[in-house]
Design a protein around this ligand. Structure first.
Ligand code: PGA
Length: 236
């Protein structure tokens, strides 16, 4: 657990950690979150002139029934913010098969072929979700189609202006996330304070999917606004 002064310092620190991991293992596999919080980290990373040509970027989640040219496509967001600026050449997509169940199966086998995820870069949903693993969710949840909770529909509406938020999505399973060899959770802003405190303090519970990170190799990077004095228990 590291508490950073503000969102800018948090992004620099996160970029340091990701950059170090990439220098150590040029063929790193990285689970890549979209959402507002990681954007400054990816922008900072792109400034650093790293060689990401052997990195594999793995998609975390996607809305169901949204084509890649749709402005709401999370793949499109990931491509613009991470894949293109860093010069990433290998990607594992989620949701690029016409049948969603087939898309999940294909995704799981592609992740397995990578020998799993080296590094997961995640944000924290205001309702405690990771990817679109919405509450209630156990640690063994597989990659699957989910229905978004009202809390996620409301928070994601901020991304898309007047466009409605699709109500169903595909998400990497908690099993994929929790088996990552390292996880970095980025948390910024006072609106995340209560849910971060619950994720850190409560015994792991399906009501707060992020609380399962307590049993994984997780580094939480929080800015002061999000931290607010929450006492971490099981996080390194
Ligand atoms: P945010 O989203 O980074 O935009 O707050 C996090 C999330 O909903 O997973």
């Amino acid at each position: 657990m590291e508490v950073l002064g503000d969102a800018e310092v948090l992004a620099e620190r996160a970029a340091d950690l990701i950059g170090d991991a990439l220098r150590e293992k040029p063929n790193l596999s990285v689970l890549v979150a979209t959402g507002h919080t990681p954007m400054a980290t990816y922008a900072e990373l792109a400034l650093r002139g790293l060689d990401a040509s052997r990195l594999t970027a793995v998609q975390l989640d996607e809305y169901l029934g949204v084509g890649e040219d749709d402005p709401r496509s999370l793949w499109g967001w990931m491509r613009r913010s991470f894949v293109e600026p860093l010069g990433v050449k290998q990607v594992v997509r989620l949701g690029d098969a016409p049948d969603p169940d087939e898309a999940c199966r294909r995704y799981e086998s592609e992740v397995a072929a990578l020998s799993g995820i080296d590094l997961a870069v995640l944000g924290l949903g205001p309702n405690g979700h990771l990817g679109f693993n919405e509450p209630l969710c156990g640690p063994g949840a597989r990659t699957r189609v989910v229905t978004l909770t009202p809390a996620s529909l409301a928070s994601n509406a901020a991304y898309w202006g007047d466009l409605p938020v699709p109500s169903r999505a595909l998400t990497a399973g908690m099993d994929v996330i929790l088996s990552a060899r390292r996880i970095i959770l980025l948390v910024s802003g006072s609106h995340k304070r209560d849910i971060l405190a619950r994720a850190l303090r409560e015994p792991p519970t399906p009501e707060v999917p992020a609380s399962w990170l307590q049993g994984a190799n997780t580094t939480v990077l929080a800015d002061r606004a999000a931290w607010g004095g929450a006492q971490g228990r099981a996080f390194p």
